[in-house]
Design a protein around this ligand. Structure first.
Ligand code: FNR
Length: 380
């Protein structure tokens, strides 16, 4: 096999190894995909200032995110159904993150459950909460995250309703997969993936099955989940969750300076500037374009993180330069997972780390915490 040297190599390999409907689920955005594309493209507009003859012998990318020490300011973003990119996907990704020293965030819509991930890892992970109409279920989820010693709660605010991804409809994406001739072919043509899936019991929404009232069949879980996203979610609910969870609270999905001020007032510890990876409001600005105004609006009063479009360590550096204390990767790690399982997620992290470390050094810096906007050239 030719060596994997960049995230694009992992994407290409994942495309060959993951059945079409699950690969497409990852590598798409909503409607015209303009925001999805802008997330990546806008990073390229930011040019670095190279410096020379600076002593760059000793370097560190170590930092903190929401008070937690990190080997580099990159966390694994919550992503639904990662366990369908590769058998036991969430457990494998959490292990890779733990070994590397970065946070892993488990989605409410994961395949492996909170308890299962906790049983197969040592380091505390973060839990991402979707607020469902069934508030008893939400309370129980928070209790389960606490019992599993999760060290932060990431509350997602931008998915009360769902953007449409045309390809998921065309592919008949469902959990568990519906067996039609084309879906059967998509799976059987990926024998390595099939062997993994046949060897694991984890094939459905682990946080929901056996925990949600009125979910009587395995097939009913997906419909329940879709029906349950609560369009009524508002800042009073954020205040309610703030009272229920006394650990670190991170609000994900903020795109606007006014919302950032409301997030600050809610008593949260951090916000994630995010457009859900271009999967919700198509036509919204890229996350990296939205970041500076939000940093300006809240200053140092709340930690600002960002995600969307990060495909290299240079992108992480650009986000840091524009004021993001931390970043998250979604697709970059999912490609690694689909391509090579746990080793692929480790490879993703190694690639990003090396690119971040060297690019920081080219800009004349040795400590990621000292990087600021001055490493970027003024926009022409
Ligand atoms: C997501 N994202 C997401 N966010 C969330 O809060 N809960 C979730 O369950 C999911 N599920 C999900 C599935 C898939 C396949 C993707 C690609 C994304 C959004 C995610 O946390 C993050 O915001 C984006 O992935 C960041 O963009 P990049 O890094 O993928 O470009």
């Amino acid at each position: 096999m030719t060596p994997v040297t960049c995230i694009e190599d992992l994407r290409a390999l994942a495309r060959r190894r993951v059945p079409r409907m699950f690969y497409d689920y990852v590598d798409t955005g909503s409607w015209t995909q303009s925001t999805y594309r802008a997330n990546e493209a806008d990073f390229q507009q930011l040019k670095f200032r190279q410096r020379v003859a600076v002593d760059i012998g000793q370097r560190s990318t170590r930092s903190t995110m929401a008070g937690q020490a990190v080997a580099m300011p990159v966390a694994l973003a919550p992503t639904g159904m990662a366990g369908l990119q590769h058998a036991d996907g969430e457990i494998l990704a959490a292990r890779a993150a733990e070994r590397f020293g970065v946070p892993f965030t488990l989605s409410t819509a994961s395949i492996c459950s909170i308890e299962d991930v906790a049983a197969h890892t040592h380091a505390p992970f973060w839990f991402q909460l979707y607020v469902m109409r069934d508030r008893d279920f939400v309370v129980r989820l928070i209790e389960r995250a606490r019992a599993a010693a999760c060290s932060a709660l990431v509350l997602t605010l931008d998915l009360q309703i769902q953007g449409q991804r045309h390809q998921d409809i065309k592919n008949g994406l469902s959990v568990p997969p519906r067996f039609t001739p084309s879906s059967l072919w998509a799976m059987l043509s990926r024998p390595r993936w099939c062997a993994g899936m046949l060897g694991t019991p984890r094939r459905n929404f682990g946080n929901i099955i056996g925990h949600a009232k009125g979910v009587n069949s395995v097939a009913g879980v997906a419909e329940w989940t879709l029906r349950q996203f609560d369009p009524a979610l508002n800042w009073n609910d954020v205040a309610w969750i703030r009272r229920l969870w006394d650990g670190k609270l991170i609000l994900k999905g903020v795109q606007d300076a006014e919302d950032a001020q409301l997030a600050l007032a809610s008593g949260a510890d951090a916000i994630v500037v995010s457009n859900h990876g271009g999967r919700q409001l198509d036509g919204a600005p890229s996350s990296i374009a939205a970041l500076p105004a939000i940093v300006e609006a809240v200053g140092e009063r709340i930690e600002v993180h960002m995600d969307g479009g990060i495909r290299s360590g240079q992108d992480v550096l650009r986000a840091r330069a524009l004021g993001a204390r931390g970043t998250y990767i979604g697709r970059a790690f999912l490609y690694g997972l689909g391509a090579l399982g746990e080793a692929g997620v480790t490879r993703t992290l190694e690639i990003l780390h090396k690119e971040l470390d060297l690019s920081m050094a080219f800009c004349g810096h040795t400590d990621i915490n000292a990087v600021d906007r001055s490493i970027l050239l003024p926009r022409t």
